[in-house]
Ligand binder design. Structure first.
Ligand SMILES: [Zn+2]
Length: 56
């Protein structure tokens, strides 16, 4: 199932795709903060949301 990782602060999509990634890895790629709202992203599931979604 495709995966989507978004900022819990502003909804910015960090990652979207068919490969299941660790939120920690994605957060690291962004240097630990959201490029849109500047929210500091801790390496916890509280800071980002990981959702499966259906492709139409
Ligand atoms: Zn954000």
């Amino acid at each position: 199932m495709p995966q989507r990782i978004i900022c819990s602060g502003c909804g910015y999509v960090f990652y979207e795709g068919n490969t299941v990634k660790s939120p920690n890895d994605v957060i690291k790629e962004y240097g630990g903060k959201c490029p849109k709202c500047g929210k500091n992203l801790k390496f916890t599931v509280d800071s980002v949301e990981v959702r499966g979604y259906q492709n139409r």
